[in-house]
Design a protein around this ligand. Structure first.
Ligand code: DGJ
Length: 731
């Protein structure tokens, strides 16, 4: 058992391979958080918690005249409400009598083997190689009988703890949840912590920001109904001195695809509290007597070995424990060409076959028919919702088109945007009430489209039925699932007035049900997610999609930053990345080298490439295969920070046995007559000798030399050159 309960001390110690997390049933039965960090034994760490008389911080009634016990100054596992703790809280509930109060104290606990699951929400899965134990600890308000079960699954080898909370209304009347977080994490000393987050915008997702905690509430959030381009549902708290190799790093990845918040408060005593969960803005949820409400899960990891190790913990876990699709590991993903930047809406079946023929010579193995193949869809004003083939464009019909592609030895993929509807569509004409629009108001348009009320069963069933109909009608190998606007005008025509605050969350639950009904029922189809690029790239989506389109921005130099930022939490094998015609000054080989820091593919009109360009692409497609295992399954190292004014951007993928590595270096700036530059490798076997090839030279050096002295990068070259250095142990 990775979880040890000491009955005498009333402590729970949750052990992963390299970390310990400790909580304790403390005085007055409040559950205290004592520790999360490098492995310790099960000793009771209550000695860390000191009590003082803190002015203006209230004391629970039962502490009588004892003024040194205040919830405002004690580390807790989950918060109370209106019990004298004035910091950010993890629960706000309006009780059946109208009061806002929750005084949760230990009630019971149980422990079992395996991971917890949640109602309607994705969770990580235990594989046969994992040791996973779960603690469920119940706190209860003795007056209202509202219980919150704190769920912890400890993935021992992975150094990951998955947390969530389940509210149970054990009272007799309806309650309304105004805020309910998935995780509450108290730090007794938060003075020297930095907050790392991944802000961005459309076309520039997952950039990196790092800021010191100061005495206020730091809030990272999306209120856009999707996890968003603007903030990613991932944050880390790291030591001020932490760098790639050293220092404490705490990572939190929320498994949720809708509006979320992560808040961190540095309080008056320099304690820090972090909460993360569903965004409480435009949220309220009625829970009837006897009913449960589950929060999404959070994946937490800790390491004292710096940011790289934190990222590796996530990369390994995301590859192993999120998605059972055979396309994660067992079946090699084909090189694809996508028609979007090649033709936009302007294509027909013949054009697709032409592109496929030309692309085959580039080493492409699959063509993806993007937006524009269905309903009346010649631009973005119409057609969404009508998932029937447009026979004016696909004149031969879908099965025939797919078999023509298959006859070329290629696979076929298709695009959908299930959650949306155009006003000019048969679906909208038949069911105008399926679109979200608040009565008496006109809904916000975005890309000329409206959002379907995916919280409704009949809408979910329509999507499952119509999309499965297409998928089952032809030999489809791949699906790109897109969403191209944020969600506004939250309203459902089938819910009463007092439940409209539930729509945003019900939408997400509905979406997961639709995805279960389409994706999980098609194990032989490979699914890629997309939200106008990477606007919904999160760990919940990766339980469905083996890869996610990173950004609509295919400019290679911008992608250097995008990949760097994404790599803080997401592995290379999940980041969709294509070679396009954007940035003509960058050679196609460099574009391909950069796209190989992702799933690799093309996004251009292959019929317009010269013979020479086709040949170059063919060569780069060959590298994709050659380096597939290293890129997809190796350990990824950030070697330079592209947000700094660097001349070279470099990263490295090292095989698990460290005997092979791919070092990629891109020259982004060449100073005239500048100094020789070196890149230091990481993660190699220090005492073994490697052969290095990649810049026209071949030489040997020990791992030690390559890591401490580095690799000299040629200077007399055109700007924007990329080098793919292949390192292989020779003795
Ligand atoms: C946004 C996606 O990110 C693009 O790749 C493309 O699929 C368009 N939508 C199609 O409308």
């Amino acid at each position: 058992m990775a979880i040890i309960y000491n009955e005498k001390k009333r402590t729970f110690s949750l052990h992963t391979a390299k970390t310990t997390y400790q909580l304790k049933i403390g005085n007055l039965n409040y559950v205290k958080h004592l520790y999360y960090g490098a492995t310790i034994q099960d000793e009771d760490l209550i000695y860390l918690v000191r009590r003082y008389d803190r002015g203006f911080s209230g004391n629970p009634y039962e502490s009588l005249k004892e003024r040194t016990f205040s919830l405002d100054a004690q580390p807790q596992e989950f918060t109370t409400q209106q019990q004298g703790d004035f910091r950010i809280n993890s629960i706000e509930v309006q009780n059946a009598d109208g009061s806002f109060s929750f005084n949760g104290r230990y009630r019971s606990h149980k422990m079992y083997k395996g991971a917890f699951t949640l109602n309607g929400l994705p969770t990580a899965i235990a594989t046969e190689n994992d040791t996973v134990d779960t603690l469920e600890l119940v706190i209860e308000d003795s007056v209202t009988k509202i219980q919150v079960t704190l769920l912890y699954s400890v993935f021992e080898e992975a150094d990951i703890i998955m947390r969530a909370a389940r509210v149970h209304n054990g009272g007799e009347g309806e309650i309304s949840l105004k805020r309910i977080m998935s995780v509450n994490m108290d730090y007794m000393n938060g003075r020297n912590l930095d907050l790392v987050s991944l802000p961005g915008r459309y076309g520039q997702e997952r950039q990196v920001e790092r800021q010191p905690l100061t005495h206020h509430v730091h809030k990272i959030r999306s209120g856009r109904g999707i996890s968003s381009h603007q903030q990613n549902p991932f944050i880390a708290l790291v030591d001020r001195t932490a760098n790639e190799e050293y220092g404490s790093c705490y990572g939190f990845s929320l498994m949720y695809s809708g509006s979320f918040i992560a808040e961190v408060e540095l309080d008056q005593y320099d304690q820090a509290r972090l909460v993360m969960g569903i965004n409480d803005r435009l949220f309220s949820y009625v829970v009837g007597p006897g009913e449960d409400f589950d929060t999404p899960a959070v994946l937490m990891t800790y390491t004292h070995k710096g940011l790289t190790k934190m990222s590796h913990n996530y990369h390994n876990f995301f590859r192993n424990n999120l998605n059972r699709s055979k396309f994660v590991k067992d079946v090699k993903r084909p090189i694809l060409i996508n028609t979007w930047e090649a033709a936009f809406f302007d294509f027909d079946d013949e054009k697709l076959v032409e592109i496929a023929k030309a692309a085959r010579d580039m080493g492409v193995e699959m063509i993806v028919m993007d937006d524009g193949w269905f309903g009346k869809r010649d631009d973005d004003n119409s057609g969404l919702g009508d998932w029937v083939v447009n026979e004016k464009k696909i004149k031969c019909g879908l099965p025939k088109l797919v078999s023509q592609i298959n006859d070329l030895g290629m696979k076929f993929g298709i695009w959908f945007e299930p959650e949306m509807v155009s006003e000019d569509s048969d679906l909208f004409r038949a069911h105008p009430d399926w679109a979200m629009e608040i009565p008496g108001r006109r809904a916000v348009r975005s890309r000329n489209q409206l959002v379907l009320d995916v919280s409704r069963r009949e809408v979910q069933d329509y999507l499952i039925r119509s999309i499965n109909g297409i998928l089952d009608s032809a030999n489809i190998y791949y699906v790109k699932w897109d969403i191209n606007r944020a969600i506004t005008d939250l309203w459902s025509n089938v819910l009463p007035a007092d439940r409209q605050g539930e729509i945003s969350h019900r939408y997400v639950l509905g979406l997961y049900r639709v995805m279960d009904g389409i994706i999980k029922t098609h194990p032989d189809i490979m699914f890629e997610g997309c939200a106008g690029g990477g606007g919904r790239f999160d760990s919940a989506m990766l339980t469905y999609f083996v890869q996610y389109w990173s950004s609509d921005n295919t400019k290679p130099l911008d992608n250097l930053k995008l990949h760097y930022g994404s790599s803080f939490v997401y592995p290379v094998c999940t980041m969709g990345a294509h070679v396009s015609t954007a940035s003509p000054m960058v050679p196609i080989e460099t574009k391909a080298a950069i796209a190989m820091c992702g799933t690799f593919g093309y996004e251009l009109d292959a019929t317009k490439l010269s013979k020479e360009e086709i040949e170059k692409c063919r060569k780069m497609s060959g590298y994709y295969h050659k380096f597939y295992d290293l890129n997809f399954f190796g350990d990824y190292y950030r070697l330079t920070n592209p947000f700094e004014p660097v001349n070279l951007v470099a990263w490295e993928c090292v095989a698990k046995d460290k005997k092979k590595a791919l070092l990629t270096v891109v020259t982004v700036h060449l100073t005239v007559n500048g100094p020789q530059e070196y890149i230091k490798c990481k993660g190699l076997l220090p005492n073994r000798k490697y052969r290095i090839t990649g810049d026209g030279n071949e030489w040997t050096a020990t791992g030690m030399a390559l890591m401490h002295a580095g690799v000299p990068v040629p200077r007399e070259i055109p700007e924007f050159t990329a080098f793919l250095y292949h390192l292989e142990v020779i003795d």
